[in-house]
Ligand binder design. Structure first.
Ligand SMILES: [Zn+2]
Length: 664
């Protein structure tokens, strides 16, 4: 009898070999890191003598599941921000928190936490891109899993690189260090076409080809990304990167939700492996990837969980089930993607997508012993029919759960025996994860209380003068005021007519202040004096965001001096983005026509606004305003505003307090 290290016998052995052989009472013999024999249990036990025999009666022996796309350290961010759109989720939460927290320690514990979760649910191999990937690799090896790992390269600064040159240099070192490792396949990982420059894409491809390692990226996750690519490059993302030579590398692309038939043919021709990530695509409402058509086109499609920030778990059983159900739901065809096909995508086809099918993905002699054993005796798996050879796949895909997994081997090494983890101190990992989680929780909690911190997280903020001196008077006849203004001895710097659409985000807590999103449409602008009026000019609307802190005000002569913190930034995102990001208690819109005069009076600058409100309707107002950093200067300007009022012949009436937004 030949000596082997482990024999798993008496289980239902699901081989996922080319013939899809299933041995109802089968066995697998493992020597060193390889599978040496698979077949009927009596034949295997007669031929091999094992150091360790695992009785798998009432259990299924399957190839370890392959998670084709994830970002493992993000397990530490799971559940932090959910039910948000991709841009708000990514730019408003993930990236600011990552800038603050992601370091070597975060990546180590986040990776170990994910490894614990993956082993417990039967995953033996994963494909990852994140930061501090060296820490990810070390933790993965410690836990004993197999992985393809790539350091993320972005055109913006990342948690471990001030610029992409650093990430590219890191990637080269990383590949050199880990090349040839038994468990780790290093890769080059430009994040996505829309987050890369031409140089990033070309240099990443060159690096991947030079070392003959995979290139990991994201393609066409959302319709917006495709639209932007068409606008910027006149091509879809896959066509665009193909033009840059990216597809000459061994590319593994996540998502491909919005790809055309031509792109699918291109992906197949270039042998690009695709990871389908159904939960992430559903949760971020990105769409449903055309998995059937991709596979028909000849593309190898694996299944991935994507990062735990957008899933939120890494249970491949759940992912397989969704992968099998989604095509049925969208095509009204229950025969679309049968269970066996979904199981293949999580095993042998996933291996093909990751270009590891010569090593893993099926239980066959000569392949690495990456194996999961799961219990089939639970109530949700009872009874079990054996009406056809494919019935086991129904159990595995539609009913089994990660928690049914009992044993896991990777590279012939037992990582879990009867649900006891053998390589990782699970209690320690959970304690560290909770400790880091508490720190993140404090940070986000405090930030959420403070509009300022929220705005800072988005960047591009400028502080404006502390003091605003203003008078606002309801005026019936604006034309008369305008005529008087023309006759005054003031220097007119600029005159403009504009329509302003203001959206105020208001909060129940007045100490929070409020945020104004303004769309400013300048219709006519004239400068250098009233006598030399220029032609009307049409300009695109300007979008600005202003954070107005709690205001302290005091009256001075006819004017009100307001002191408050006030910050402005160009509004780089949509109104919808800011609404979802700030989550105001109330929203109020103010629309007005404004003729604004910028004048110099006694060498001081003032703005004179003649406003006609259309929402809320009614009301014409005269506003005189100035700003300054100095309290003494504010008092002086308040005096000058009084003089101006008098010169304009405005009745000394009651000064109207507050902003238009507070009228409603
Ligand atoms: Zn991803």
């Amino acid at each position: 009898m030949a000596k082997v290290d482990v024999v798993l016998h008496n289980g239902v052995v699901v081989t996922m070999n080319a013939a899809f052989d299933v041995w109802e009472e089968g066995a697998v013999a493992v020597r060193g890191r390889e599978i040496v024999a698979v077949g009927p249990a009596d034949e295997i036990t007669a031929a091999y003598e094992a150091d360790e025999t695992l009785d798998c009666a009432g259990r299924a022996v399957i190839p370890g599941l392959i998670n084709a796309h994830t970002h493992v350290p993000m397990s530490l961010l799971r559940g932090m921000a959910d039910d948000l759109r991709l841009d708000v989720w990514l730019l408003g939460y993930m990236m600011p928190v990552e800038r603050e927290f992601v370091g070597p320690e975060f990546c180590r514990w986040g990776t170990l936490l994910s490894c614990v979760e993956m082993v417990r649910s039967g995953t033996t191999c994963f494909c990852d891109m994140y930061y501090f990937e060296d820490e990810v690799a070390q933790a993965t090896v410690e836990a004993g899993l197999r992985a393809i790992l790539g350091e993320t390269i972005l055109k913006f600064p990342s948690p471990d690189a001030a610029s992409y040159d650093e990430s590219l240099a890191y990637s080269r070192d990383f590949v050199e260090r880990w090349r040839g490792h038994g468990l780790i396949v290093p890769a080059v990982a430009p994040h996505a076409p829309y987050t890369s420059t031409v140089e990033i894409l070309q240099q990443s491809a060159a690096l991947a080809r030079r070392y003959d390692v995979p290139l990991l990226t994201h393609f066409s996750e959302t319709a917006d990304q495709v639209e932007e690519s068409r606008r910027l490059h006149g091509q879809t993302p896959v066509e665009y990167v193909n033009g840059l030579g990216l597809l000459e590398a061994k590319v593994i692309a996540a998502h491909c939700v919005h790809v055309t038939e031509a792109e699918m043919r291109l992906l197949a021709r270039k042998r690009v492996g695709v990871s389908h990530n159904p939960t992430s695509n559903l949760k971020l409402a990105s769409g449903v990837a055309p998995v059937l058509r991709l596979r028909q086109a000849g593309v190898a499609v694996g299944i991935g969980t994507d990062g735990p920030g957008s899933n939120n778990d890494q249970d491949m059983f759940e992912e397989m089930r969704l992968a099998a159900l989604l095509p049925k739901g969208v095509s009204y065809d229950p025969t679309a993607l049968p269970a066996r096909e979904a199981f293949a995508m999580a095993t042998i086809e996933g291996a093909r997508a990751l270009k590891l099918d010569r090593l893993i993905g099926s239980l066959e002699p000569g392949k690495r012993a990456d194996i999961a054993v799961l219990d089939l005796q639970g109530p949700h798996l009872t009874p079990r029919f054996a009406l056809g050879p494919d019935s086991i796949y129904s159990q595995l895909v539609y009913a089994a759960k990660g928690s049914d997994v009992r044993h896991v081997l990777v590279d012939g090494r037992l990582l879990m025996r009867e649900r006891e983890l053998l390589t990782v101190d699970e209690a320690e990992v959970l304690a560290e994860a909770r400790r880091i989680g508490e720190r993140i929780n404090d940070f986000v909690y405090h930030r959420e209380q403070n509009l300022m911190d929220k705005l800072v997280a988005l960047g591009g903020l400028e502080r404006e003068e502390t003091y605003e001196i203003q008078v606002k008077v309801g005026i019936a006849d604006l034309a008369a005021v305008e005529q008087r203004l023309g006759e005054l001895d003031v220097e007119l710097v600029k005159r403009s007519t504009r329509q302003q659409f203001d959206t105020y985000f208001l909060f129940d807590d007045p100490q929070k202040g409020y945020v104004r999103y303004r769309e400013d449409n300048v219709l006519v602008e004239r400068s250098d004096g009233v006598e030399r009026l220029g032609p009307a000019l049409d300009v695109a609307p300007e979008y600005g965001l202003t954070l107005i802190g709690p205001t302290r005000e005091r009256e001075y002569e006819n004017s009100v001096i307001l002191s408050r913190s006030r910050f402005t930034s160009p509004a780089a995102h949509s109104l919808r983005f800011y609404r979802e990001y700030f989550q105001p208690d109330r929203i109020q819109e103010v629309v007005k026509w404004r003729t604004r005069y910028r004048i110099l009076y006694q060498d001081e600058r003032f703005a004179i606004n003649l406003d006609k409100l259309t929402r809320p309707p009614g009301g014409t107002f005269l506003e005189i305003k100035s700003r300054t950093w100095s309290q003494a200067d504010a008092v002086k300007k308040a005096g000058l505003i009084s003089e101006l009022l008098e010169l304009l012949g405005v009745e000394r009436g009651e000064v109207i307090r507050g902003e238009y937004v507070t009228f409603g």
